[in-house]
Design a protein around this ligand. Structure first.
Ligand SMILES: Nc1ncnc2c1ncn2[C@@H]1O[C@H](COP(=O)(O)OP(=O)(O)OP(=O)(O)O)[C@@H](O)[C@H]1O
Ligand SMILES: [Mg+2]
Length: 363
């Protein structure tokens, strides 16, 4: 059991100018499941590898509990990592794969046996212990990789996209298994994914990164409800939030036919020192209604309707400040329009998100 602290930790790969991870400040609590999420190349794996000791820390420090591990070799850090490709030894049985690290450490045989069997029980791998990896399904291999990490009883688990080789259905199942296993074991876990659904459903807290810079870290709910900037707002949630930069006036934002009221403080903050005449406004697909033409919604021409069974996503476009802009609205099945229809979209009062047009920061 342990806490993890990144203290302004940076990694600049030799021959590159921009840090792959830039002054990362992040505290992870004892027993916490923290998910690192962000688009490809944002520095997730690098952050994880820095913690594992597989990558140099060029500036700042990393602590496990109070212990400064910044320059310790990987094996002195008491962590176990599960990689995307599992890296199982093909010539060894499941049992031997799981026992391998303990054997290297000269753990007594009886102790190895106890730990391997316990992990196999947790992961429902008992009946496969004598099989070779090639005789296992993708999901079973994934569980062996987890088992290998569990038997080491580390202070911290690190997982780098451990589900990306599984098909969609198995990924959903395994995601639940990993989350409940982590809860049972209570081992501090840092989990990397680029999938925001995985991040939202698995993490106690989620850290969102972009271009090596931590954007926001909070509970999934808080990230969704109060994204700190335009990037986080657009990244978390599927379909993505509708985010548009429009004209700002004394009373709010002019959104085509819609007027989105803003408080005086919001208008002032949006205007800023430079006297901005624009503001960025966002609303989630589920935070608007389709209304009748007389109720003053924004006319949106429907291009595509995605029937999800329980409800539907309606994709379309509207004219906004002389451009054609795309919108998506989540609607009830009963009010599902057809392609080519014009619907009238009205964001729900108080459910919009307002950002500074130049900095993208939440207002
Ligand atoms: N060994 C290396 N040498 C130089 N640059 C590297 C090296 N490894 C990674 N990078 C760069 O550092 C940045 C961060 O890479 P990283 O692998 O951490 O991204 P990631 O968020 O894990 O992306 P993905 O989702 O694609 O796995 C990228 O711009 C990448 O090109
Ligand atoms: Mg990666």
């Amino acid at each position: 059991m342990a806490t993890v602290t990144y203290a302004k930790a940076s990694r600049i790969y030799p021959g590159t100018e921009r840090p792959a991870v830039n002054q990362l400040d992040l505290q992870i609590g004892d027993g916490e499941f923290l998910v690192l999420v962000g688009p490809s190349g944002c520095g997730k794996s690098t952050s994880l590898r820095m913690l594992a000791g597989l990558e140099d820390v060029d500036d700042g420090a990393i602590y496990i509990d109070e212990r400064d591990v910044t320059h310790l070799p990987p094996k002195a850090r008491d962590i176990a990592m599960v990689f995307q490709n599992y890296a199982l030894y093909p010539h060894m049985s499941v049992y031997e794969n799981m026992a391998f690290a303990l054997k290297l450490r000269k753990t007594p045989k009886a102790e190895i046996d106890r730990r391997v069997k316990e992990a196999a029980g947790l992961l429902q791998l008992e009946e496969y212990l004598s099989r070779k990896p090639k005789a296992l399904s993708g999901g079973q291999r994934q569980r062996v990789a987890m088992g290998r990490a569990i038997v080491r009883e580390p202070q911290v688990f690190l997982m780098d996209e451990p589900l990306s080789n599984l098909d969609a259905k198995l990924r959903v199942q395994t995601r639940t298994q990993i989350a409940s296993l982590q809860a049972k074991l209570g081992i501090t876990t840092v989990y990397v994914t680029h999938d925001q659904v995985e991040a939202m459903t698995m993490g106690h807290r989620v850290a969102v990164m972009l271009d090596g810079v931590l954007q926001q870290v909070d509970t999934p709910r808080a990230l969704y409800d109060t994204p700190a900037n335009v990037f986080v707002a657009g990244f978390m949630g599927s379909p993505a939030m509708n985010i548009k930069t429009v004209a700002l006036n004394e009373r709010g934002a002019a959104f085509a036919e819609l007027h989105i009221p803003l408080t005086r403080e919001q208008v002032e903050a949006a205007r800023g020192e430079g006297g901005n005449d624009k503001v960025t406004v966002g609303f989630r697909p589920e935070d608007c209604d389709l209304v009748s033409p007389t109720e003053g919604g924004m006319p949106v021409v429907v291009e595509l309707v995605e029937d999800l069974g329980s409800d539907a996503n309606v994709y379309g476009h509207a004219a906004l400040e002389g451009h054609e802009e795309r919108f998506v609205v989540r609607t009830d099945r009963r009010t599902m329009p057809n392609m080519g229809d014009t619907v009238f979209v009205k964001p729900r009062a108080g459910r919009n998100h307002v950002f500074h047009a130049a900095t993208g920061q939440r207002i």
